[in-house]
Design a protein around this ligand. Sequence first.
Ligand code: GLN
Length: 189
Amino acid sequence: MIGVFALQGAFLEHEQMLSKLGASYKEIRRKEHFTDGLDGLILPGGESTVQGKLLREEGLLGPVKEAIEGGLPVFGTCAGLILLAKRLSNDENVWLGTLDVTVRRNAYGRQLGSFRADIPFEGVGEFPAVFIRAPYVERAGEGVRILSSHAGKTVAVRQGNMLATAFHPELTEDVRIHEYFLRELCHIG
Ligand code: GLN
């Protein structure tokens, strides 16, 4: 059972990916939805400041941070990467702050606001990545494995039970990164 944060942003697309892979999920909007027994968590893309504030207002920030620190597998895409980051280079907020990276928000500027690129992804192969006002990882701590880079920038990382991408695998037809999350981090399937 995968918990999908359904406060804001592209959560439906993640749910469709999970359905395609035969995994069950539940939407998490309020504190009482965040129950024991989850095998993993997905933090979708959207607007990180809005999502972070909603998480805080719902009283979810602390419990979710603790669960991730306790080993709950988590997959953050785009805004989800920003929520997980310990440091943001162009924003004073820190939300969950569990992933040892420095992330730059809206890092590709206006002209390159949104784009597609085929990028290499370790353990998966070439992947058709969709970037939307995307962040990238400027610096990664020692325990962080870089799974994908594009044009010299780190765009996917893993640190133990945490997986994060700057792009949106859920906005493609390609289920392989979700499959990777379920298999390698959640040990499902
Ligand atoms: N630009 C958004 C932010 O900073 C992230 C974009 C996305 O999730 N597609 O929160």
